[in-house]
Each structure stands twice: as C-alpha cells, then as structure tokens.
Design a protein around this ligand. Structure first.
Ligand code: RAT
Ligand code: ZN
Length: 418
C-alpha cells in the first residue's frame, strides 16, 4: 500500500475511524433479557445524572423537591431549564442534541422538540432499536456492568437470563468490596458461611460466591470502583477480599480485574447518583498490587486528571496494567485531548482510549461521535509528525492501530495474549 501524503493523513484517519466498529468496554447498558434494568428513551436521556447536577446550577428547585417529581416532570423541568431557557452548550446537554440529530429528529430548543422525541421513542421496538442505535454509534458490542448483589438484576440471572452476543457481562463487585456491612447478610441467606466481621470462612466463601457468579455470567472481566483513599495493602475487609477472593478467582478464570479509582462517594448526598466527587489517588497502592500479584491483569481507569501522567509511568513499568478510558468528569474534549496525547506519547498504541460509560442506550451515539471527532486530529497529528521525521504511514498502518486501540487491545487483554 502506498504511503499517504501529509494532507491525506487527517481525512484518511477520519474515514477509518468512521467505518470502524468499536467495542465499548465499559457501559451501564443491559441486554434485553435483563428487562427494565436497561434504560433508554428521551426522558431517561434528559434525566441522566450528569444533567441533574447541571439543573441545580441553573434552577432554584431543591434536590428534595426535584427527586419527589415523576420521571416525566423531571424531564420537563430539565428540558425547559437546560435546553429552552439556556442553549445546551455543556458536554452533557449537547450530547442530547447530538442524539436527536443522530436519530434524525428535530433538535430546536422548544416544547415541540420534546413532544416529537417522546412520540418517536414510544413507537420504537427495543430489539430493532438497539440494532439501529449500535449502527448509528458505530459500535459492534458493549460491555455491561452486572452486580450479583443488585436486587433488580440478580434474580433475572438466577432465572437464566438469555445471553445476547452484543452484550458482554462483567461481575461488578462494588457492593461486596465497598459495602460489606450492608450486604453480607444476602450472601448468608443464600447459604454462604459468612459474617459481618469477615472472620472464619468468610473470605473463602466470598471466593466461592464470586466464582459461582463467574460460572453463571461468563464475564469478560471483574470490576470495582474505588475511592480516592484506596490503599493496598491495608487492614480492611476489602484488602482481604482482594487478596483471598477476587484476585484468585480472576486467575482461576483467566480474566482481568478492572479497578476504577478516585471517586469521593456522595460528597453531596442530596444529589444521589449525581452527588459523587473526585479525589487524587495514591498510586503506590497500584504499584503494590502489581508487585504482589504479577499473574493478575488489571484494566485501570483513574478519575482524577492529576493522576493521569503517573498512570502512564506505571503502565510502562507493569505490562499487566491496561489503562482505559477518560472516565466520567474527564470525558470532555479538552481533557480527552490532553490525556490521549500523553498516553500515545508514552505508551504508543498499548492502551484503550475510551469507553462510553453510557447509562442510557442512545448515549452511545453522542459519546462515540465525540470520541471520533476529538481523536481524529490527535491521531493524525501523531502520524504527521512521524512522517516529518522520516516514516510516512499507509492506510494499512492506520487501520492496524485503530483495530488495536478500539478492539484487539481489549480482546487480547481479556484473553491474556499479547
Ligand atoms: O459515569 C457514571 O455514570 C458514574 O456514575 C459511575 O457509574 C461510574 O462510571 C462507575 O462505573 O462507577
Ligand atoms: Zn461506569
């Protein structure tokens, strides 16, 4: 294949990014057999917790009154405040506009627009709609977040929820690892010999519980979000479960553990899901995990912008780390640009640039549109500099790298091959 002239590089990257089918490696979307756990539609899009946080900056309603409203009333209020009374210029509000546009719907800031969107979604059949949305977003598969202690979800798995090849499972361990006092009794009721103090057989029984859920869900990895104060090792049930239950099960099933560090949970509890904040983490905990468990692999995403450079350095030291995504408060073009440049400069193409974290099905449309738009000039700039330094690139080079970044870095890391 012939090498690309300097000015062909950006359009070629754009074309290849456009036709690429991406694997979305972390979402809160659900296969249809998990029923109402999966959110979709205009009212869910408008009441996304990223937008709820923005409502309270532009409207005097208190969280208490807001959360007592019905879903439709909440959506009406947010639409009026953030889309009619103000132009939707923030990242999260603009996302709703991009979804409407992506689905061919009107986008103006009027009440009519909301009515039209409601009518459109009311007419969709979920099964076909999922296919249309995946197509519009340019994704082939998504990875779910499946907590075996989520009361809305686990009974459906126990009844044998039908798998769907477009949706991969993940055993999410937040309730066990971060909220043991509130959840140990559920394991006890299910016949596991555990106690609140996590003594006696508790660790081995937690291991048996997680292992049974891996058999049932066939996860591509296990995952947990962790506070900015996360330490390892430490005197805690969490550290003990990591060492004696979670990481051994990862090795047994040959799957990675995903650690997402840096959340300050419920900084403002009144805001509920929208109430979490961010804090800088101590990455020595990650260093110690890598040293103590060289046979485990870790997907890793950090919430604090200040931790990103340090993570790149650690990834250069420990090949068992796979940095992924620009998570949550970092998923804004200005920060995505900075982080992705830094990662490419320090790690080449051995990372996963982004995941959507979509909570509402149609969000994948705007999140992946934004990622493609932000990343194209960054990737092209890298190839242009390389060409200036004497190694012009071909279309095949670009295809090779995009396949790695958005597909095979994930599939290979999950399978444990390089
Ligand atoms: O981005 C989000 O929606 C957050 O609320 C979290 O769910 C985070 O992504 C997580 O997986 O913990
Ligand atoms: Zn998430």
């Amino acid at each position: 294949m012939s090498t690309l002239a300097y000015e062909q590089i950006l359009p070629t990257v754009r074309e290849e990014l456009q036709s690429l089918k991406i694997i979305d490696i972390h979402t809160h979307l659900y296969m249809p057999s998990l029923g109402s756990v999966g959110l979709w539609g205009i009212d869910e899009l408008i009441t996304y917790h990223y937008l709820e946080a923005e409502l309270f900056r532009s409207h005097s309603i208190t969280p208490e009154v807001y959360f007592s409203l019905s879903k439709t009333e909440k959506a009406d209020l947010i639409w009026k405040t953030l889309f009619i009374d103000n132009p939707p210029v923030s990242e999260a509000t603009r996302g709703v506009v991009a979804v409407l546009q992506g689905l061919g719907l009107p986008t103006a800031g009027t009440l009519e627009t909301l009515k039209d969107a409601r009518a459109f979604f009311a007419a969709q059949k979920l099964e076909d709609h999922i296919g249309n949305v995946f197509n519009a977003a340019g994704i082939s598969e998504v990875v779910m977040t499946n907590d075996p202690l989520d009361p809305a979800e686990y009974p459906l798995w126990e009844q044998g929820a039908e798998p769907d090849s477009r949706f991969h499972a993940v055993v999410r361990l937040d309730r066990i690892l971060n909220k043991w006092p509130e959840h140990w009794s559920i394991l006890k009721e299910k016949g596991y010999d555990v106690n609140l103090e996590a003594t006696g057989n508790t660790a081995s029984e937690v291991r048996r519980f997680i292992s049974n859920w891996c058999k049932r869900m066939k996860p591509v990895y296990m995952a947990c979000s962790l506070p900015d104060t996360f330490q390892f090792p430490e005197e805690s049930t969490r550290a003990m479960f990591f060492r004696e239950a979670v990481l051994p099960v990862c090795r047994e099933f040959n799957i990675p553990m995903s650690i997402m560090i840096g959340v300050r949970y419920l900084v403002n509890p009144a805001l509920k899901l929208a109430g979490d904040g961010v804090g800088k983490a101590d990455l020595r905990a990650v260093e110690r995990l890598c040293l103590e468990f060289p046979d485990n692999r870790f997907f890793i995403s950090l919430l604090s912008r200040e931790n990103q450079h340090e993570l790149c350095v650690y990834a250069r030291k420990f090949a068992q780390l796979m940095p992924f995504g620009c998570w949550w408060f970092l998923n804004n073009p200005s920060i995505v640009e900075e982080m992705t440049r830094e990662r490419m400069e320090m790690l080449g193409t051995t990372f996963i640039p982004q995941h959507s974290d979509a909570r509402v099905l149609e969000q994948v449309i705007y999140k992946w549109k934004n990622t493609r738009r932000t990343l194209a000039p960054i990737l092209a700039g890298t190839y242009q500099t390389l060409a200036e330094d004497g190694r012009p690139v071909t279309r095949a080079d670009i295809q090779h790298d995009l396949q790695k970044l958005f597909r095979s870095n994930f599939t290979n890391f999950v399978a444990g091959v390089k």
